[in-house]
Design a protein around this ligand. Structure first.
Ligand code: PEP
Ligand code: MG
Length: 608
């Protein structure tokens, strides 16, 4: 039975039933490899023409995407267009042509395959995620050079009279946008994750999508009936009638839940027994601001700042950062905006930063360690935050703290920046509240010493779970074992909430856990009253708060703290939560084969 169920990560929600079509990505075959010395100049001209025509094609696709999915989505093609314009790539291919007398197509193929191999091995998740963009340009340029045309259809989606579920090893944004919504009702791929460009497009186009199907693509055959569940990240091959009925019922439940969530929109996040909860948003990118405001978040509990440096060749100036922080603060005039200092390292190193590859990047030079070792970089951010604080309740939060000295050094640097700004006559706040992210067992264990030295703490449960359980948060094979409901993580969460409460310091949770209903119920039970969640989850968590009793949640949390296993913890929480909400509604119609496991986990362990 389980052989028929393929597990991945749901990246665009919804359930669909259709006929499988396996898309074969094939790079055009190259027949002409070497040229005579007299032909070299001509090959360089051909390369230029191919790059130009691929660019024109992508610009056209960008325009079509603007109409189909929106202006933001259309920008996805900028990455490929920029690659085509990259002088380094062009020079490298030209050198290969000149020095080795390769044909333009062989030289381009050679260089891009080399880049692909390098990126695939890179510790940078961001770089690995851009591989489909590279495939996009490979296909277009090689298609032109081999005479097959830039718009050549290298995949096969045969006309069938039922909706098609497209399966591919790798999805490029170009391919995703070319799939017709009417004909293709679902898509699935082996490569890719929530933040891949193709996943973003699938969400915008409203096509359910599952990525990360590590095992099993070879079990999918053209023409097979399948259910694709983009909410839970599952594909069922050749479903039984019972499974099809369950999938349809699940979709109805999803609709019912959405109607309920719409009712609580605009209502305060207060538990049924009257305890107010602050619901803030986690904002990774400027484009998420709108949704956070729309869902009436009580400010931004985690403003990630890595986007300011990733994918760029220069570091952002103080002005640019100040402007961004002011822009966010102005959207939340009555609420805090918690700026997290650069969480670089791990899977995120910008090109502008000459960082050496590390054998264990998550245990390496990361986050506050990088900032304190590079005070010039850190100071620019601190000064920007101090200046922006004149326009709103800007606070600063430092990630991955393991040593008390890191808090003290940050405070010293902030004080230094306050003095410098005053001396330079630049308008800025005279203080900056400093918060500490509790993301390591060391920080959770030393919480008493931490809360006596900072203004607030926020638990980053993604990393706290990773470091407590010694499970890489992005490891697809270990995703089942990665749970913040592990008793060890629960004990640390309790310890943090209690210590902060004793001294009256605000403790919030900003890890993905806060966006999950069962976990949010647990967190309220442990005493947390500030949750920072992903913007799309704001309405679900708000609705949940209005259904539950904080006292009932406390009783459930107390029982869960006595459990010895993750399964026991989850069983206790689900049983208690079932008194307030219909769990079926939350499960959104899991397929019968999975319902047996009775788990409400939604922690794929991928980076948010
Ligand atoms: C976390 O670790 O829980 C967190 C919120 O930070 P990030 O996911 O950005 O590492
Ligand atoms: Mg973290």
């Amino acid at each position: 039975m389980m052989d028929r169920v393929l597990k991945g990560v749901g990246v665009a929600p919804g359930v669909t039933i259709g006929i499988a079509q396996v898309i074969q990505w094939e790079l055009p075959a190259i027949t002409r490899s070497v040229v005579s010395p007299a032909e070299v100049d001509g090959e360089i001209v051909r390369l230029g023409e191919a790059l130009g025509s691929a660019r024109a094609f992508l610009e056209d696709l960008r325009e079509r995407t603007r109409h189909k999915a929106g202006a933001e989505e259309a920008k996805i093609f900028d990455a490929q267009i920029l690659m085509l314009e990259d002088p380094e790539l062009r020079n490298a291919v030209e050198t290969l042509i000149r020095e080795n007398q390769l044909s333009a197509e062989r030289a381009f193929e050679f260089k891009t395959l080399e880049m692909r191999a390098l990126w695939a091995q890179s510790p940078s998740f961001q770089l690995r995620q851009r591989i489909p963009d590279l495939s996009g340009i490979q296909v277009r340029v090689l298609g032109h050079l081999t005479g097959q045309g830039v718009g050549v259809v290298v995949h096969r989606v045969e006309a069938v009279d039922r909706p098609t579920v497209a399966f591919a090893r790798e999805l490029t944004p170009g391919l995703t946008v070319q799939l017709e919504r009417e004909a293709v009702s679902g898509i699935a791929s082996v490569e890719g994750a929530k933040t891949s460009h193709a996943a973003i497009l699938a969400r915008s186009l409203g096509i359910p999508c599952v990525m990360g199907l590590i095992d099993g693509l070879d079990r999918v055959q053209d023409g097979m009936e399948v259910i694709l569940d983009g909410t839970h990240g599952l594909v069922v091959l050749e479903p039984t009638a019972e499974e099809i009925d369950a999938a349809k019922a699940g979709e109805r439940l999803r609709g019912a839940l959405e109607a309920k969530l719409a009712e609580s929109n605009g209502q305060p996040a207060v538990t049924a027994d009257g305890r107010p909860v602050q619901l803030r948003g986690n904002v990774d990118l400027p484009e998420e601001l709108e949704g956070t405001v729309e869902h009436r978040a009580d400010g931004v509990g985690l403003l990630r700042t890595e986007f300011l440096v990733l994918g760029r060749t220069t570091l952002p100036s103080e002005e640019e950062q100040r402007d961004y922080f002011v822009q966010v603060a102005e959207r939340f005039p009555h609420h805090p905006v918690v700026v997290r200092s650069y969480d670089l390292g791990g899977d995120k190193f910008p090109a502008a930063f000459q960082a050496q590859p590390e054998p264990n990047p998550f245990l390496g030079w990361r986050a506050i360690r990088v900032c304190l070792d590079q005070p010039e970089l850190f100071r620019v951010q601190l000064r920007a935050a101090l200046r922006a604080r004149l326009h709103g309740d800007i606070r600063l939060m430092i990630p991955m703290v393991t040593q008390i000295e890191e808090i003290e050094s940050t405070k010293d640097l902030v004080e230094g920046c306050v003095r410098d700004l005053a001396r330079e006559g630049i308008d800025a706040a005279a203080d900056l509240p400093i918060g500490v992210m509790i993301e390591t067992p060391a920080a959770a264990i030393m919480i008493d010493q931490i809360v006596s030295r900072c203004d607030f703490v926020s638990v980053g449960t993604n990393d706290l779970t990773q470091y407590t359980l010694a499970i890489d948060r992005g490891h697809a094979r270990l995703a089942d074992r990665f749970s913040p409901h592990h008793p060890a993580v629960l004990q640390l969460l309790e310890r943090v909430a209690d210590a902060a409460d004793r001294v009256g310091v605000e403790a919030s949770v900003c890890g993905e856990m806060a966006s999950d209903p069962v976990s949010a119920f647990l967190l309220i039970g442990l005493g947390y009253r500030v949750l920072s969640v992903s913007p799309p989850s704001l309405s679900l968590v708000r609705w949940l708060m209005r259904q539950i009793d904080a006292d009932g949640a406390a009783v459930a949390a107390e029982a869960a703290l006595l459990a010895s296993t993750t399964i026991e913890v989850e069983a206790i929480l689900e049983q208690a939560l079932a008194r307030y909400v219909d769990l079926q509604l939350l499960k959104g119609g899991r397929l019968p084969s999975i319902v047996g496991a009775a788990k409400l986990k939604s922690f794929p362990g991928t980076r948010s």
